[in-house]
Design a protein around this ligand. Sequence first.
Ligand code: HEM
Length: 126
Amino acid sequence: MELNSSRSLIVLRLSSALSALFTVIQAILIIIRVATGATLIGVHGMVGYLSLLSMITATIAAYVWFRKGGSKGLVMHAGGVAVLMLIQIGLGQAKVAPVHVALGIVIVLGAIALATLAYRKPGGAV
Ligand code: HEM
């Protein structure tokens, strides 16, 4: 099967896009909470676990794709964001809000960047 249409790349694309979507939803939930005072932290936390789960899936898919000749950079990128998400969940539960919010912005951007790379140039700059 051609490298750029292999099943592992399709899984990587879908799971990284899903994870990026979840992180954007998390940011929107916090904005709604700040704007309206609604109690949305529980939902935000639940979506956080879904973000992590889909990023772990993306990391595994990126690794399988790398073993078939794909890019190592995407494995490192997905794995790095997954580790940041683990730290982020700890910070959220420990209620270390300022660091959590700053890291949250990095994670949202990192997850969007991963999905964009996986769709547009998964093999690198070439
Ligand atoms: C821009 C992005 C984000 C913002 C602005 C944000 C903001 C917050 C805030 C303000 C809290 C409450 C802290 C407190 O009670 O003092 C919180 C809790 C939490 N956040 Fe985030 N967060 C973001 C992204 C994330 C991400 C990406 C994850 C996980 C991957 C995550 C997981 C959690 C968890 C598990 C909690 C604890 C929920 C609970 O107490 O039930 N957050 N977040």
